[in-house]
Write a protein that binds this ligand. Structure first.
Ligand code: NDP
Ligand code: 13P
Length: 326
């Protein structure tokens, strides 16, 4: 049986760990806050990140890396994208030599433009790497609702074996060898979900939302391909699938953050969504590769306060468009 360690006791890490604990897997969850670990172990709840959701009593959380990682075959890295590099480096001394990291964060490092797999390859050299991404809200997974995602690795053999090891009755993992396409889809959809949220928050209606999602998909495909992803990957679960999910549900932090921007809410109390960190670097990668990405560029401009929301909405939807293709 595969032994899985999950690093990051936030919403997504706790949901993944509880899924595997429910399935009877050998699983450990590594957090950094002793109070959260204690609540998971005794009250079987993660009160900060998944309040009100019952976790399986068999799920054990710890804040001790050696305890969590000793003997693991797979280590799921489920911390925010901007912290992946430092987290992977800190884990290195505790990881078994043949443990495979599986990256579950969606984003691009904002200072360098590097993808999660590049950061982890540098921090944990010589290891094959997996990426898990697709339309999947933590609270859905933690409630045992059916979910399907893509699991990618550069080698088809590894992708197949990771997809088998990580699938359960309710969590279907499709294998892919397009690591870059899967990562690009997950990172770019976060920025596009912010744009969809802005449109909805501004009260522009479902028709405008559908237009934004469709044009956003064109952009995701175009930029995703420019960054090295394959078209079929970008049209799959980790691209189109995740875009549809996060552009249409207030459960998405990116969508909700965009909606708050669109409404003109006070953002001080809102948790920053991944797309907030990714927008500017995604816009720069688009410029550098000569790829048209007006929606992503607009979100980056709004977040850096170079555009008002009204100006942004004009750019997102009211500007006369050229032909629809491409
Ligand atoms: N939530 C979801 O539905 C989904 C999320 N994802 C992706 O998973 C990733 C994690 O998201 P999510 O679980 O929602 O985030 P949360 O904010 O819910 O949790 C983040 C976790 O990471 C820990 N953490 C924060 N900063 C650091 C750091 N510098 N070093 C180590 N640990 C840190 C937090 O610990 P502490 O509590 O101590 O701050 C917390 O345990 C993101 O990239 C997201 O895009 C993917 C699919 C679904
Ligand atoms: O990636 C997600 C679902 O697939 C979660 O999206 P948010 O980060 O926008 O909440």
């Amino acid at each position: 049986m595969t032994t899985i360690a999950v690093v990051g006791a936030g919403a997504w890490g706790t949901a993944l760990a509880s899924l595997y604990a429910r399935g009877g897997a050998k699983i450990s969850l590594l957090g950094r806050d002793p109070a959260i670990a204690a609540a998971i172990n005794t009250a079987h709840e993660n009160p900060r990140y998944l309040p009100g959701i019952d976790l399986p009593p068999s799920l054990r959380a710890t804040i001790d890396p050696a305890e969590a990682l000793t003997g693991c075959d797979l280590v799921l890295l489920v911390v925010p994208a901007q912290t992946i590099a430092a987290t992977a480096a800190a884990l290195a001394p505790h990881l078994p030599a043949d443990a495979v990291p599986v990256l579950c964060a969606k984003g691009i490092e904002r200072e360098t433009g590097r993808f999660m797999s590049e950061l982890v390859a540098a921090a944990l050299p010589g290891r094959p790497i997996g990426v898990l991404s697709g339309p999947s809200f933590a609270s859905d997974l933690a409630r045992g609702l059916p979910t399907a995602v893509t699991v990618a690795a550069a080698s088809e053999t590894l992708a197949d074996s990771l997809a088998r090891a990580l699938s359960t009755e309710t969590f279907r993992c499709y294998a892919s060898s397009d690591l870059r396409g899967v990562e690009a889809g997950g990172a770019l959809k976060n920025v596009l979900a912010l744009a969809a949220g802005i449109v909805v928050g501004r009260g522009l209606g479902a028709s405008a939302q559908a237009a934004l999602v469709t044009r956003g998909f064109v952009e995701l495909r175009r930029l995703g391909e420019a960054l090295g992803g394959r078209p079929e990957t970008l049209m799959g679960l980790s691209g189109l699938g995740d875009l549809v999910l996060t552009c249409s549900s207030p459960q998405s932090r990116n969508f909700s953050y965009g909606a708050a921007l669109g409404r003109g809410d006070d953002l001080a109390r809102l948790k920053l969504a991944e797309g907030v960190f990714t927008a500017a670097i995604a816009a720069r990668l688009a410029r550098d590769s000569g790829t048209e990405a007006p929606i992503i560029a607009t979100v980056a401009e709004v977040l850096s306060r170079n555009l008002t929301i009204d100006e942004a909405v004009q750019q997102l939807l009211a500007r006369p468009l050229k032909r629809e293709v491409g």
